[in-house]
Design a protein around this ligand. Structure first.
Ligand SMILES: NC(=O)c1ccc[n+]([C@@H]2O[C@H](COP(=O)([O-])OP(=O)(O)OC[C@H]3O[C@@H](n4cnc5c(N)ncnc54)[C@H](OP(=O)(O)O)[C@@H]3O)[C@@H](O)[C@H]2O)c1
Length: 253
């Protein structure tokens, strides 16, 4: 996620690559993930903190506490932006020094190509000016949405996990195209652009997805035959059940 965000921020013109610094446990891997892009590699988190104004916490959720503890005092003078799923403002209030400016977010991987979503938790400790600065910064990598703490986990599931489902849909449609003779490379390009275009159309027109479906289905036509097949095979129910299953797993943790 850190790499996706860093690449998106540079691609979106938000920052220069040389203004991004990172650390990790595996130095060789860190070098491979920074040097080719012009990002700076640091041996320790303390060095990253002294280099940066905005410190992005992008370790696994269970690692956050151990990573933050040794740099707790240094973070007081910085803006801390977390992308760790499920680690909320209340958690950071407990882990960080009192008065530290922090914001919990949930981005998704399309931020790498500036078509992502970055969900901000409504509860945070940034000043109004800092919040504006973060909204401006992250708007370079996609849509910025603010959501209540109670819904942050679900927003993260919808935005963060669903790219896997969409990729499965793209793969399935491309397989169908291939089955009917369209070369695979052409199939991926046309299917992916269809997904991008359909999403863009919905965002720009605000149309109800059902109305968009109706607009493509003519009476006695061909599309409605495909819609009928998908309904019969539980397409929409399967998608809703997938989200329910993820939510249930998160709640069991
Ligand atoms: N992937 C997504 O689509 C997505 C979406 C939304 C939110 N997130 C959140 O993003 C965070 C990262 O996820 P990910 O998928 O990018 O995981 P990841 O690939 O495992 O990346 C975690 C990074 O943290 C580094 N790290 C671990 N312990 C460290 C330490 N003590 N000091 C410094 N660096 C350390 C790791 O370095 P080493 O490899 O060298 O150990 C690795 O570079 C998670 O909290 C996740 O919830 C991910």
């Amino acid at each position: 996620m850190a790499q996706a965000l860093a690449r998106g921020l540079v691609r979106g013109g938000a920052v220069e690559a040389s203004d991004i610094g990172a650390c990790a446990r595996d130095w060789d891997k860190l070098q491979r993930n920074t040097a080719p892009y012009g990002f700076r590699a640091f041996a320790t988190a303390a060095e990253v903190v002294s280099f940066a104004d905005v410190v992005v916490i992008a370790v696994k959720p269970y690692q956050v506490e151990a990573v933050v503890a040794p740099i707790r005092e240094a973070l007081k003078a910085k803006m801390v932006v977390s992308v760790a799923a499920g680690v909320t403002s209340d958690d950071y209030e407990r882990m960080l020094a009192p008065g530290t400016a922090h914001l919990s977010t949930c981005p998704n991987t399309p931020v790498a190509v500036c078509e992502g979503i970055v969900v901000f938790e409504r509860r945070h400790t940034l000043s109004d000016a800092q919040l504006k600065e973060m909204e401006e910064l992250f708007s370079h990598v996609g849509l910025v949405l603010t959501i209540d703490t109670a819904l942050l986990s679900m927003a993260g599931t919808i935005c963060g996990c669903s790219p896997a489902f969409v990729a499965m849909f793209i793969e399935a449609l491309a397989d169908a195209a291939l089955k009917h003779g369209i070369p695979r490379a052409d199939a991926y390009r046309m299917v992916s652009q269809m997904v991008v275009g359909t999403g863009k159309l919905q965002l720009e027109t605000g149309q109800h997805p059902g109305a968009m479906k109706d607009a493509v289905c003519s009476p006695g036509g061909t599309t409605i035959v495909g819609v009928g097949e998908l309904e019969q095979r539980g397409f929409r129910g399967a998608v809703i059940a997938a989200i329910d299953a993820i939510d249930a797993k998160i709640r069991r943790k």
